[in-house]
Ligand binder design. Structure first.
Ligand code: AVJ
Ligand code: FE
Length: 432
């Protein structure tokens, strides 16, 4: 466990550096690329400060290195739009601070016992939390990169040849019945994924793949953005106020649709899952298609339930750690892969690309499961329960494999489009 944790901590830090000090000059690191996002140098020192608070102070019981900067890197004290005017550490100071924190952590890790009786470090929990936290901010930093204007700075890789899409499409039927949702024992799970509990889900159909750009272009061509029949009241208000008539970063030129992706402009690829759509757009598209978004329970049952055994798996393909044949994760590509690219990642029910590619909007609000207990702090999840947030599932191409699984729950406001989010269609099954 010690070796794995040290290695994962190192991988996260390399990734953070690749998105900050190795990619951009100081002016671009301290500047504001969008009021929706932090300056990248804030994320950089924030991950170090979080690591100091949880691994140096809480887990190792050591004195604080920089208690004076906690307030600057507290996400609740400082809304994103205003972080650019805080007296933040410079990129060099942030790197130096993070390295000092990391040295303390690696030193303390040598003496760590992972005592199962210790709720914080037992099973490696608090280390896993900190590893995932850095990767979550790395994904957020990628959203900042996508919003940034200017020449490309991130290396773009083509799809591997083998990932050519074979989109049979269609939908599968998930029979009515109970399944186990959430987890009690997963040593990487957050409080909001716990505890495991039985949920009865009625019969439904769900798309084998996420909705593609081609399908979303058909919704657009059919006047979907201009027809209030397809939109909820809140959705139509968003549509009217924003004037949006296409996913974020799309532009029409002549008769063709183009997209800007990390500074490069390219034709919209028809077979990729659509991304950068908000919840309202996903919902309107679904209604236009005679479908609806899946509930969170439906999504998780389609992803985890093995009808042959009556059990719930950690990933759609089983309990094996994600590999390159299962899913498009970990920022290896700067984009979703075409639908059909991961038949080996299918769930027992035959649903594909549930993990990776794009986060998927569900129709469910974010709340605690029955028996939820906030741990180790209320501000990770609990303070967001019952708000206007919608649950997102499955992770995106930008999500690290340690930071997603079949039980993982993400959430965001229904108007957000800068995240790497698409959706999948569902419908009730007719009563037999
Ligand atoms: C789980 C992705 C919604 O990034 O806003 C980061 C995670 N919590 N720092 C976010 C989080 C504290 C959170 N999300
Ligand atoms: Fe954070």
């Amino acid at each position: 466990m010690r070796r794995r944790i040290a290695d994962e901590l190192d991988q996260g830090r390399r990734r953070s550096h690749g998105l900050t000090v190795e990619a951009l000059d100081a002016a671009e690191l301290v500047g504001q690329h969008s009021p929706l996002m932090s300056p990248l140098v804030w994320d950089l020192a924030h991950v170090g400060n979080y690591e100091e608070q949880w691994l140096v102070r809480a887990a190792a019981g050591q004195d604080a290195l920089r208690p004076d900067i906690d307030i600057l890197y507290d996400a609740f004290e400082n809304p994103r739009a205003g972080r650019v005017s805080l007296p933040l550490l410079s990129p060099e100071e942030a790197q130096d601070y993070n390295a000092r924190v990391r040295a303390r952590v690696l030193d303390a890790l040598e003496r760590e016992t992972f005592d199962p009786a210790d709720p914080l470090s037992g099973g490696g929990f608090v280390y896993h939390m900190v590893i995932q936290h850095e990767h979550q901010h790395d994904e957020t930093m990628l959203a900042t990169h996508q919003l940034r204007r200017g020449h490309p700075v991130l290396a773009d890789r083509p799809y591997p040849e083998a990932a050519a899409g074979t989109a049979a499409g269609g939908e599968v039927l998930i029979e009515a019945g109970p399944f186990t949702m959430g987890t009690t024992g997963d040593p990487w799970s957050y409080d909001n994924e716990r505890p495991a509990h039985t949920v009865h889900v009625g019969a439904f159909h769900i798309g084998v793949h996420p909705v593609t750009n081609a399908a979303h272009l058909a919704f657009m061509a059919d006047g979907g953005y201009d027809d209030p029949r397809w939109w909820s009241q809140a959705g139509w208000e968003w549509r009217s106020r924003s004037g949006k008539r296409a996913p974020a970063f799309w532009r029409r030129d002549g008769g063709d649709w183009w997209r800007r992706r990390f500074g490069r402009v390219e034709p919209v690829p028809p077979d990729e899952p659509v991304q950068h759509v908000c919840f309202h757009e996903a919902e309107a598209h679904a209604r236009w298609a005679g479908r609806r978004l899946p509930t969170e329970a439906e999504w998780e049952k389609a992803a985890r339930y093995d009808p042959a055994r009556g059990t719930s798996l950690r990933f759609p393909w089983g309990d094996e750690e994600p590999g390159s044949r299962h899913a498009n994760l970990g920022q290896h590509l700067l984009r979703p892969a075409p639908v059909g690219a991961y038949p080996a990642g299918a769930s027992p029910s035959g649903v594909q690309q549930l993990i990776g590619d794009v986060w998927e909007w569900t129709s469910s609000g974010f709340t605690g499961y029955p028996g939820f207990r906030a741990f180790p702090y209320r501000e990770y999840s609990e303070v967001f329960f019952g708000g206007d947030y919608r649950v997102l599932r499955g992770g995106s191409w930008a999500t690290h494999p340690t930071a997603v699984r079949g039980t993982f729950r993400n959430w965001d406001l229904p108007v957000r489009r800068q995240i790497f989010t698409g959706f999948r269609l569902a419908r009730d099954a007719e009563a037999a």
